[in-house]
Write a new protein. Sequence first.
Lengths: 822, 583
Amino acid sequence: MAKTRKICKTKSGAAVNLLSESVESNRKAVEKTMEEEEELFHTEYAISASEDEAQSDDERKHCKLLEAISSLDGKKRRKLAERSEASTQVSEFTVSAEGAGEKIDLKDLLGTIGPAASSMSSIKKQLNKLQYKNKTLELPLSRQETEKIQRVVAYEKTSKKVTRWDHVVRQNRKAEQLVFPLNQEPGGIKPVEQVVASWKVRTPLELEIFNLLHKNKQPVTDPILTPVEEASLRAMSLEEAKMRRAELQKARALQSYYEARAKRERRIKSKKYHRVLKKAKRKEVLKEFEELRKTNPDAALEELKKMDLSRVEERMSLKHQNSGKWAKSKAIMAKYDDEARKAMQQQLEVNKELTQKLVVPSESEGEEPEEEEEEVLPGFVNEAQPGTDYANPWMQGKLSSDPAELPGEAGGEAEAPALGGAGEESEGEEEEEEDEALLREFEERRRLRKEQEEDILPAEVDKEDAGEEKCEEVEEEDVSEFNSLFQRLVGNKPKTQVAKRAARPPAPQGEGESQEQGKEDSEEREEPPLLDETLTRVQTMEDLEHLEREETLEAEVPEPESTVTGPGTETEEEKPASKAVKRKRKKVIDPEEVLTRQAKVIKVPSAPTAIEDEEGDEEQKMIIKEAFASDDVIADFLKDKQKQTEMSKPKDVDLTLPGWGEWGGVGLKPSKRKRRRFCIKAAPGPPRRDRNLPNVIISEKRDASIAAHQVNDLPFPFSNPTQFERNIRAPIGHNWNTQRTVQKLTAPKVITKMGTIIDPIDEEDLAIDKKPPVKLRIADILLTQEKKGKKNTERKDRRPQNKRRPQKHIDKNQQQKSKKAA
Amino acid sequence: MLCLGQAPKRYWDSQAEAGSKGAGEGQVTERANQRPEKTRRKKIERRGKKLISGKVDPFPGPAPVPKERRQKFERGQKNEVRSLSKGRLKDRLSKTEEKIDLALNQAARSDLLLAEEAGFLVGDEGEDTCTIAQDDIAEAVDITSGAKYFNLSLSQFGPYRIDYTRNGRHLLLGGRLGHVASLDWQSKQLQSEMNVMESVNDVRRVLEGETWLHSENMFAVAQRKWLYIYDNQGVELHCVKKFNDVLRMEFLPYHFLLATASSTGFLQYLDVSVGREVSAICTKNGRLDVMTQNQSNAVVHLGHPTGESETDGTLWSPNQKEPLVKMLCHRGGVRAIAVDKTGTYMVTSGLDRKMKVFDIRSFKPLASYLLPAGATSMTMSQRGLLATCCGDTVQVYKDVCSTPVSRPYMAHHAPGRVWGVQFCPYEDVLGIGHGDGFTSMLVPGAGEANFDALDSNPFRSVKQRQEWEVKALLDKIQPELITLQPSKLGELDTATYQQRHKERVERLGFDPREKEKFEPKLKMKGRSSTGSVQRRKKKIKNEDQRELIKQSLEMKDRADKERKKEEKMTSLGQRSALERFQK
């Protein structure tokens, strides 16, 4: 029975649960008694059945007897005196209605089986077990209830989902201005960087260009300097930069000059000239070797070894053995052509020379040095400038600007000995003289040609003209010109620099050629990038700053001096000033004083002629008194004021009713006590504005016309009236503000772009808007930059990146957020 | 293909560090030399934005605005934002403060554009400036300024009253004997001249333009009986017969109001933009022949002799039938009043030959002077010079309000008895109307040096004037807003709802909340008999009241029931035997 009840039990409240528990605890006790009862009933029932069948009195009597006996011991007494109603036990349809309201229990069924059947006992056990397992399914909830639960859950879910938008909504509410559609690309000029970022290289040409640009670290977008320029800017001061530019100019000019010269020389077709030149050079080398041997035997030995090596090489190769293509063709020609034969012989001679084992190293000089020498430029071009600043990379290994050094350098030129070498001790070889003569001849001829050209192009002459000796002079002139130019350019601080340079030990000149050459080589290597450079900025900000500071310093310096020199005067000046201040303070008019005090008499130089002002004050007063004798103006005024103040005072409310609690009638007044009791005293109003002004009455009447325009209720976010009043204290009209300010102050809260679809906010915006949205228009930015400055720019930089953030990131973020929320 | 999706790496990315290092080194070297300089530079660096070149902007941020210049545009106290807790209020307040600050700065910056400076006449050592004759001044100054000193001898039609336009370009002369002339006084070009053939009491220019579009300029003339309005050609436009016996007039330019004071003691306001009388106030002060306006709040100041009333100075607005302020300034009545442009000071002169200065924000007397002869008319210039005249002398005082003065700044003898004086706006000129015509007197430092071209431009063209007319009409301030303290408009009204409702009813003339009275419909066939009408009325009578009562009763009932039910429920179980006796 308890079980059935349990099934009915819903999963509803805890109270019900408690109830069921208590029922459970009682259950066992109840069950026991019930069982007993049942047993009794069974017996009874059995009896009644037999009664029906047999209808014998004996049995009944026997039964009664048995009962009586059994009841004798008193233990199992049974009251049968009470009679139950038949209908409850036996229905009309001969079906026992006992326990009609209750469901059939398993026990009821099992009870019939009886204990005898042993085979059934196992089943009984099993059934009992089943019974105790107590496995009943709970009833499914009703549709309404399930739906309710579902709704609750769904609500929670959605609200959680929606909270993700809170931030965005808050931001948008807070925003001073919203421009719809949201996430509009800001109009106007976009930074190129942004444009480029989304652009992809397609064609190979573009690819190449971009590669180049990136390799050079060329700034693609900004009109700012390249890194190299940057470095140079950082390295140079203004004067240095000037010097550097001058140097570069000079170097460029020289370079072009020497290039032109080399070109010209290369163009000379005369073999004889070349031959002579070569010979001269070879001789020169030889001479040098001789010298070297004298001065530095080790180096000479080295040289010798080198020559030996070349001999070996020559012997190994067939270079000069007339076995080449050229030689073969010559060999054919040699029959008929003298020159060809000569050339062949010459080559053979060379071979012989080279292969000859020499004790005295003389002619065998490789071709490489010759070539080098051809390329070599005069030393003074690349001569290191005795720079002042060793830390400055630009000042190292630079040109000299000293014209004084030039002649010596020119003397040390590579070519010079071939031309002006007469002064030196020579071996007096005829060949050499011949050569020289030939060269001179060439030069003469060329000069003549040049002179003809000069007439046409006089401007170019200086650089183009290059006679050997003349050329030398011209060169020198040119160089000196450059130098003078350079000097002029550098002229800003020439003396100090010159002095410094002088102080520095001059660069050793008489060192070996190899050293010089090395130096030159290294400089040649350095040259190209230097020449490529372009200088854009002449003066740096730092310099400006320095200048400014100097100025300010200069300006500031005299001030303290003046204060120092004239302290006495200063204080003297101060004292009167302070006195004046004091006097002023004294002079501030006290109204009371003024009221009581006699008026100040003003002396007028040009008195009115129409009115005679000879009359005395008293006389005037008398006249006035006489005129207004009848009315006491002041008393009247005070009376009026009194009246006004009375009027404006809040009045007491008298609530006394005559006749209540006492006699009433005509001429009877309510008692004083009563009046006092029923009179409501009004609170004193605010103090009058004119309470301290005896001669003024200010109307305290409320101005209704103004009140109609005033704000009645405190608007929403404000917590007190002063806050609100201060918030609206500044006018926003164009009469009081500049145009720009008016625009900003009256900017609309929402701007929609005409003709565009305004989409609802996207999920994507959610991620973007986590940072405060930068929805400022250009004008706003300009205005607000004053304060924000740095922040703004940072944001601007960041923004495009955010936009390009892939969707995955957003999802992750969302997940994280939802997790946190969970 | 090369994709440039990523932001290209910039060469300065790596160099920024190096640059900062370099800067640091520079500082180290500097430290040895100059200490203060270094700190200064550091400060700048902290403030300034770093340039890509590694240099620092020596003047970072916007140029600072001097404090005193800012103070000029300061408006009230700031809201305390910092103490607030974070929230919507704080956000809003701080934003507003920012905006106000910005506006302040911008205004202070643009103040720089007011390039003109004002100066005063300075005498030699020991020389009194008031002894310097006009002829000497006219000789000393440049020709154009010198030409501004001139005399018009108009001896025929008696003493003249004068008025300048707001931009100081035109002059109106009104002779007592009916001679009215308007002229461009700088070019001395006569616009119109006529004789009204009536005795003229006062003339006042109604600034150019108003509602009647066909007219260019208009002026009002208070004639013997009525008030007339003429255009600049001297054609009579209106004869306003509601305004009779007008003695003095003041025009309130921003309200388009013509305030008139009559000999009958009436103060009347005429809205010239719509031609409507705004209000007529009986001052009960007798003949009103002293009048001026406070330009800052458009309150009219009246002066009158004591006798009929106990006061001699009153302040009026068109919205109140009683004076805003009553004052007793002098013994025996006020003869002249002048209020300065800022509305801070009022100067009165009375029959007792005294001249008193009041602060009209607090109505406290500041100074009192005894003039040799009491001033009959006074006026104040834009820059605070005070001109007084008595008899044929005109004296100009400097700084009367702030410091006690012992002698006038300038003085001049007019050829005849002075009747009206006025300073010309934006010019260093004082116009004097006297019995012998008109004198234009040079008073250095009188006029405002910088004019607001959008407000009153002395050099405006016809087109500009027309444009201005339209704008001014659009910006017209309603007469209801005239009050002693205009700042009150920005304050919260703390009156109760009942009071406000009462005021509203008064203002509207009816109660908007009141229900319409029930009027039974007329029915035919005898159903509209008196009895049935009464019955119907009875049905409707107090219907809403009944409804209310019904509702309240229902509510009560329901509450009662609920209470009882609850009691029953709770008490059934634990009711003790004795509880049944409990009432």
